[in-house]
Design a protein around this ligand. Structure first.
Ligand SMILES: Nc1nc2c(c(=O)[nH]1)N[C@H]1C(S)=C(S)[C@@H](COP(=O)(O)O)O[C@H]1N2
Ligand SMILES: [Mo]
Length: 330
């Protein structure tokens, strides 16, 4: 069990321990593995296990202390019930109700995250360690699914840029890719022969998109930690992109110098591009993207609204795509 808590040693670490003073080295290791955190120690079993079970990632106090935000204050929130029962999480099935019904089988504690590629701080980390020292804040963001429905959700988390800074990518890191847990025994959709996408679920961003101040990593929503169906224990939230970019239940972060194909690009290259920015001017080959259904909706109140360029975040993000042909880079 203890091995779960310790960053898997690599040859480069051993070398750095020889050239760095012992205490600097230990401090750096503690920062990254979370060994100094009480919640981390609780996972080794023993007297604190009850605490660990009720607060698996030591997040509840940070969630209750999360800074309130100015983001999205003018929005009407989607009720928690809609946001937690109408989901896409194909690992659990393709029906919108499948994630809420089956995602409880996913084990989210302990949770380790592998960091690979062009970065200084690569290795396998305990989630507590990765997130140690981060203050949480609330961000109210619109999420617009490529299937033309949308929600407004109060997320709890931290800017992705903060995590990337901690991992210290090198100048070769032009992209960052993320992978979801791939556990057929816990995820009924992953083992299924009917699945339309390749597992693990993979998504990626250009590094300048990933470090944009609006790019967010969520550990909670509506004042609580994330329900499994919404991507526990941590997931990406990219408010100006179609929902499928916002990958859930992340176990791998990889810095690369070249673009790679994402799961949805592999599934349908004509339908899903790398950028996937919300754009009412470029229709999906099989349906219009001009309007969206704001949840909750019903037959009698269809709640149809116009879709906005970059999901309404254009003022902040449009400069990332200056000069690009958005009908080609969809
Ligand atoms: N691993 C994984 N992440 C995923 C998906 C998925 O199927 N698997 N679906 C995506 C899609 S299509 C959308 S619209 C959002 C939905 O997030 P929500 O259920 O929290 O609203 O999650 C995205 N993240
Ligand atoms: Mo989606």
């Amino acid at each position: 069990m203890l091995s779960m808590l310790i960053k898997v040693a690599k040859a480069s670490d051993v070398l750095s321990s020889e050239i760095t003073s012992e205490s600097v080295y230990l401090k750096r290791r503690q920062l990254l593995t979370g060994l100094a955190a009480g919640a981390g120690l609780a996972l080794s079993g023993g007297g604190m296990s009850a605490f660990a079970a009720s607060d698996p990632h030591g997040l509840s106090s940070r969630i209750s202390g999360a800074a309130k935000t100015a983001y999205g204050k003018e929005e009407e929130l989607t009720p928690f019930k809609s946001a937690s029962t109408y989901n896409n999480f194909y690992e659990f099935g393709t029906e919108k109700s499948d994630p809420a019904e089956y995602a409880h089988k996913m084990v989210t504690d302990p949770w380790s995250v592998s960091v690979e590629g062009h970065a200084e701080n690569t290795g396998v980390f305990h989630l507590e360690g990765l997130l140690s020292g981060f203050d949480l804040e609330e961000r109210i963001y619109r999420l617009r699914c490529v299937e033309a429905w949308s929600m407004v959700i109060p997320w709890l988390g931290f800017p992705l840029a903060q995590l990337i800074k901690k991992l210290k990518p090198s100048s070769k890191a032009k992209y960052v890719f993320f992978e979801t847990l791939n556990a057929p025994d816990q995820m009924r959709g992953v083992g299924s022969y009917f699945s339309s996408i390749e597992w693990p679920y993979i998504e990626g961003l250009r590094i300048d998109e990933a470090t944009h101040p609006l790019a967010f990593m969520a550990v909670g929503m509506y004042g609580k930690s994330l329900p499994n169906q919404n991507g526990a224990p941590f997931r990406l939230v990219m408010p100006w992109k179609y929902g499928f970019k916002s990958i859930k239940s992340i176990v791998k972060i990889r810095f690369t110098d070249k673009p790679e194909l994402t799961s949805w690009q592999k599934a349908g290259p004509k339908e899903y591009g790398f950028y996937s920015n919300v754009n009412p001017g470029v229709d999906h080959p099989r349906w219009s993207q001009k309007t969206e259904r704001r949840l909750p909706n019903s037959l009698f109140s269809p709640n149809r609204i116009d879709t906005r360029m970059y999901n309404g975040y254009g003022e902040e993000v449009a400069s990332l795509y200056a000069g690009m042909d958005l009908t080609k880079n969809y």
